[in-house]
Structure formats: structure tokens, C-alpha cells
Design a protein around this ligand. Structure first.
Ligand code: ADP
Length: 292
């Protein structure tokens, strides 16, 4: 059983040939609303990868909220403790240009109301095998979640995104930290992934740094680092590649797969997702990952 404590956003995406500068207006090509948020993405990824998943977070009592909740439910994610609050649902306002480069404004909205855990949240976390955390909810809730997991012997897997300095209490309650290269560099000031991993191991016992098309690097105290290459595929949309990777990794580790196998399985899942457009819509199901 995987519990995710995290964000849910509606991504409002404008596709343009060239992004406007400040004070400028351009005519775009297309507009899409796509369910997202790192928490919800990881929950859907883990559910499709075959785990029983529960989500703790919040949406607003608006149309986006209704759609976001329905998206989780239809992916098979349990939303019994997922709150509907009196605030606008979180939104991400995204401009994507013809090169695939993007500019994003995130308005946390309802996500920002999740500042602490209820007793029910803690009881749910206590039943989990792992708790997935990211940094799109208030740090007070993320830290409370990690500490609750620690009290109950539940493995905590933290995606430190968007990158920001981490409170020592949060690091102290993290079992596995999964930054991408950029986040690892922001956290440590070191651009070499191996050096960054060594530095991060001073604070947490286990680290996986995702390296995009170059794969991923695993490091743990007292073991030699392992690099697992990514399958060579033609990427059409790498949105939520990292979330797909983490969701699948949590499932594989929860099933007791050895680390190299778990990384390879998560890499297969992420490689499938980058070959298809969209965020949660691009995430593979277990049978696809097993046969990739
Ligand atoms: P994020 O999506 O958080 O920026 P990465 O870019 O590191 O993180 O991607 C996460 C994982 O997704 C990688 O470790 C890799 O397994 C997979 N991945 C990303 N881009 C590609 C690609 N072009 N080809 C194959 N796998 C990829």
C-alpha cells in the first residue's frame, strides 16, 4: 500500500510558436487543461504500476476540483481522506513553445490549505509500506507526514521538487531522496551527480538521482553507487517522467525487488511515458512495464 501526501493541480497549457515577453500579446495555437500536480501524478503512476494507492491532499469546490478528484478515482486511487476545501483548486499556467521550452506559474490554491495532518491522515500513513512526498504542499505538512511515517516504520520517499532548501527535520525523516540532476545541483551546489549524491548521503541514507535520457544513479551509505542506463527511445513529451519513475520505483521497492532491478523497472516505466504525450495520460500500466 502506497500513500501519497502531495499536490493536485489543473495544468492550463497554452501552445505557442513563441512565448510572449512582459507586456506583449501573442496568438497561440491550442489550449488544453490537463490534470497534474506532482502528488497526483505520482499517485496515478504508482496505481498504474500495480499498487494500492491512497492520496492525501486537497482540491477546491470548483469544476477543476471535481475533475481532478474524478481523475484520481478513475485511476483507482483511494481518495477517502482527500479534502475538498473552500479555496480555488491549484492551477499551473503553462506556456509551451515550438521548441518544447516552457514557462510556468503555479498557484497553489487548495494545496496551500494542507498545512498539517489530521489524526485520520496519520492512521492511514501508519498502514502504508511507503509514503511519497514532494514539495508542492506547505513544508509543515510534508515534514509532519515524513515524521509520522518515521514513527510508524513506513519508508519515506521524497522528491525535492520544486527545488528549495530542505528543513533538517524533513531530511532527518527521509529514507530515500529522489532529485533530478538540477534539483541535486540546487541542493548541494555540485553539478557532478556522483559528488552531489555523496554530499546528500551525509543527510539521508539513500539517494537516487534521475539523469533524464542518461538514466539514474543510486547511492546508499556503505554501498558502491550504481548507474542504470535509460532505455533508448524517441521522447515526444517528458512531462512527468520523473513522477512516473518515482511511482514505479516505490512499487518495485515495496515488492522487495533488489535495487538494480527496481531502478531498471522504474526506467522502463518512465521510458514508456516519454514516448507518449501528456502527464498522467502517458503513464504505463503494469503489464506494459513488465513486457517492455
Ligand atoms: P524530471 O522529469 O523530474 O525532470 P528526469 O528528466 O531526470 O526527471 O527523468 C526522470 C526519468 O525518466 C529518468 O531517470 C529516465 O529514467 C526517464 N527519462 C527521462 N527522459 C528520458 C528519455 N529521453 N529517454 C528515456 N528515458 C527518459
Amino acid at each position: 500500500h502506497v500513500v501519497v501526501l502531495g499536490s493536485t493541480n489543473m495544468d492550463l497549457v497554452a501552445y505557442v510558436s513563441r512565448a510572449p515577453g512582459l507586456g506583449e500579446t501573442v496568438t497561440g495555437r491550442e489550449f488544453r487543461t490537463i490534470p497534474g500536480g506532482k502528488g497526483a501524478n505520482q499517485a496515478v503512476a504508482a496505481a498504474r504500476a500495480g499498487a494500492e494507492v491512497s492520496m492525501i491532499g486537497a482540491v477546491g469546490s470548483d469544476e477543476f476540483g471535481t475533475r481532478l478528484r474524478a481523475g484520481l478515482t478513475s485511476a483507482g486511487v483511494d481518495t477517502d481522506l482527500f479534502r475538498t476545501v473552500d479555496a480555488p483548486s491549484g492551477t499551473a499556467h503553462i506556456v509551451v513553445d515550438d521548441e518544447g521550452a516552457n514557462a510556468i506559474v503555479v498557484i497553489p490554491g487548495a494545496n496551500g490549505t494542507v498545512t498539517s495532518l489530521s489524526p485520520g491522515d496519520e492512521r492511514l500513513i501508519a498502514t502504508a509500506q511507503s509514503l511519497l512526498l514532494q514539495l508542492e504542499l506547505p513544508l509543515s505538512a510534508v515534514t509532519a507526514g515524513a515524521e509520522a511515517a518515521r514513527r510508524h516504520g513506513v519508508r519515506t520517499i521524497l522528491t525535492p521538487a520544486p527545488a528549495q532548501p530542505l528543513p533538517p527535520e524533513l531530511l532527518a525523516a527521509t529514507d530515500l531522496l529522489v532529485p533530478n540532476e538540477h534539483e541535486a545541483a540546487t541542493l548541494t551546489g555540485l553539478t557532478d551527480p556522483r559528488a552531489a549524491a555523496d554530499e546528500l548521503l551525509r543527510h539521508v541514507p539513500e539517494v537516487v538521482i534521475t539523469l533524464g535520457a542518461a538514466g539514474s544513479l543510486h547511492a546508499a551509505r556503505g554501498t558502491d553507487p550504481v548507474t542504470v542506463p535509460a532505455p533508448r527511445v524517441r521522447a515526444v513529451d517528458t512531462t512527468a517522467a520523473g513522477d512516473t519513475f518515482v511511482g514505479a520505483l516505490a512499487v518495485a521497492l515495496g515488492e522487495g525487488k533488489p535495487v538494480p532491478d527496481a531502478l531498471a523497472w522504474a526506467s522502463s516505466a518512465a521510458a514508456l511515458s516519454v514516448q507518449r504525450p501528456g502527464a498522467s495520460s502517458s503513464m504505463p500500466y503494469r503489464t506494459e512495464i513488465d513486457t517492455a
